[in-house]
Design a protein around this ligand. Sequence first.
Ligand code: LMR
Length: 398
Amino acid sequence: MLFKDLKEAAKDPILGLSEEFNNDSNPNKVNLAVGVYQDDNGKTSTFESVLEAEKIILDMDLSKSYKPIDGDKEFLKKSLEMIFGEKILEEKKTFPIGLNTPGGTGALKLVSEFLNEFSSKSTVWFSNPTWANHKPIFESSGFKTKGYDYFDKNSNNIDFENMISSIKSIPSGDIIVLHGCCHNPTGCDLHEDQWKELANVLKQNNIITICDFAYQGLADGVEQDAIGVRILSEILDDIFICSSYSKNFGLYSERVGCLFYSTKDKNKCEKILSQLKKTARTIYSNPPAHGSEIVKIILNDDHLKKLWIKDLTILRERIKDMRSSLNSNLIKLGCKKDFSFIVDQKGMFSFSGINSDDVNKLKDEHSIYIVGSGRINIAGITTKNIDYISGCINKIIG
Ligand code: LMR
């Protein structure tokens, strides 16, 4: 009988927790698992700039006909400027092409399927730890995956020396996945000099590089956060970049992202683009239009762009405040574990060091949901729930 022996699939380590959370009847429940921003009232409100752009779209009476396989040209132009910066583009230091994809996950799947067609024997290397969905995306395309050193649990920071030596041992022609900023799950990013050193190692060792860049603007600012991606693009002969507008425009459910390929050899651009389009056609055919239209309108309009930067700055600063407050609350409570590292981590997440037993206790005894690895979504903490959260963490750890 069809599917008789089929086993139920394991719940997704991140989105599966949201399902459990939704079924939890505890009025004090807090979802600090999935990377979604909440304001101080616990709401994931739509950005004001996005609402304004949507009003403009309504008045435009736009067609719902298909977009080109690679997406809207003007949207892609604006996206290229945001990622690479006008300087790199004007000076023609590299030649990037882009495709609008269904979210950052769509970009990762597209590059994974594309590379598997041309380089299926390569192993794909991820930072240890990495986003829980990275390995499944590449493994389901047929790749073998391995980890490179990244995080030192004792210092709660990047172990750069071991990172570089472990990357030096990656065989030529293998594939590496980096995090452009706001490393998920650790919140620990490389400095400018470290990006340069890393880029030179990748170039010397001929490693195919993919940079997952889903959080531009959530660490220090839109321009500042692109430092790593721009250094890689200037130094490497070829690079793939997967970007997302889910977090920095709050367009989670619109599924809007991009895959960029950037090369020093201009002659390759059209060929690679044609192949990527061929691959995209077999996965999702062409991208959804509404989200990219919103981004295009905002980035093309000075007033809306300023409004968006204001929204993004408020979001980023609120997360930083919550980092400091969580740390100071735990100090006040006399927590025996030092959580001061949380203050310096970047973006939405903190790799808290809370072990899996304690993660389960937080969920089962207090309805506080964090990812099994100990990753906390700081963007889910508010002035209303912070006392409850810090009290429960202290009770469990202390
Ligand atoms: C996360 O890491 O929580 C987000 O990127 C959402 C997701 O799709 O996992």
